[in-house]
Design a protein around this ligand. Structure first.
Ligand SMILES: [Mn+2]
Length: 291
């Protein structure tokens, strides 16, 4: 009898039958891209830390009374970093995502810094014309450009807004840009403090979302007590249960068609933020695909 090899090195440590690309419904794409980070560095280590932690995550989900990993989740190798600059890197990300979507897969991308999200959204928009973006973030990321680059993580949502509409939740740090003022006027920015205080705000969020929703989850949207391992931990953030409640409601009233979890900067010796990020990625895939 052949020895059984436990705990394969992939998201959730799934056995071959569940992690096979051909049959998997969902695909994990690790993009350890970091080039424009402004304060605490280390997002290049995010994807591997999330995958490592995911191997300890319980695959059974009590809310659903099942193991949603039975949908099949394939983990791809890390996307290669293009040396010729951010423009080429963004094109590479968009092409990689488009290829996976063309195979009929649900794409969960692990970052890396937030600048990887605009090309991911463009790839989804090409397939889902009626797309909007639900952003979780401490920052608006609505600068037109930052430090001379339009590819900076600090302008990720300005790039995404060129593709489709969005609503940002958990915001508590503003930059005063024109884009930001326009987004505020249109009610697109839900501050963490308002989200905490006002349970009736969820319909407002839903009203800004089209039928198909892409979730871009900057982990600094969560409170630092949940995820301290980010470049700029801002106090007063979102908590776990209320965040799950919102994603659950979105999954019931809209169709979640893709997602990314970005900006984890692992702290050596501290595993709980990595674990929370892994749980989050699994839960988003579950809400999106397990009906
Ligand atoms: Mn961000």
């Amino acid at each position: 009898m052949r020895p059984k090899h436990l705990y394969p090195w992939n998201f959730l440590a799934l056995e071959d039958t569940l992690s096979n690309y051909e049959t998997a419904k969902a695909v994990i794409l690790p993009i350890p891209y970091e080039s424009t980070v402004s304060y605490g560095a280390g997002t290049r280590n995010g994807p591997q830390a999330i995958i490592a932690a995911s191997r300890q995550v319980e695959t059974y989900d009590q809310e659903f009374g099942a193991a949603p990993c039975n949908m099949g989740i394939a983990t791809l190798g890390e996307l290669e970093q293009v040396a010729s600059g951010p423009d080429a890197m963004m094109k590479q990300i968009e092409e990689a995502a488009a290829g996976i979507l063309a195979d009929g897969k649900f794409l969960m991308t692990l970052g890396g810094e937030h600048s990887i999200s605009p090309p991911l959204v463009r790839a989804h928009k090409a397939l889902y014309p009626n797309l909007s973006v639900l952003q979780f973030d401490a920052h608006t990321d609505l600068r037109p450009e930052y430090q001379g680059s339009k590819y900076s993580h600090a302008c990720a949502m300005s790039r995404i807004w060129e593709t489709c509409g969005f609503v940002g939740v958990g915001v508590r740090n503003f930059c005063g840009s024109e884009n930001e003022n326009r987004a505020l006027l249109e009610g697109r920015l839900i501050q963490a403090v308002d989200f905490h205080k006002n349970v009736d705000i969820v319909p407002n969020i839903l009203s800004l979302l089209a039928d198909d929703v892409y979730i871009t989850f900057d982990l600094d949207g969560l409170d630092p007590s949940v995820i301290p391992a980010v470049g700029t931990p801002e106090p007063g953030g979102l908590f776990w249960d209320e965040t799950m409640d919102l994603i659950r409601k979105v999954s019931r009233q809209r169709r979640i068609v893709g997602a990314d979890v970005v900006e984890l900067a692992p702290i050596p010796g501290m595993t709980y933020p990595d674990f929370a990020a892994a749980r989050l990625a699994y839960k988003i895939m579950t809400y999106a695909l397990w009906k």
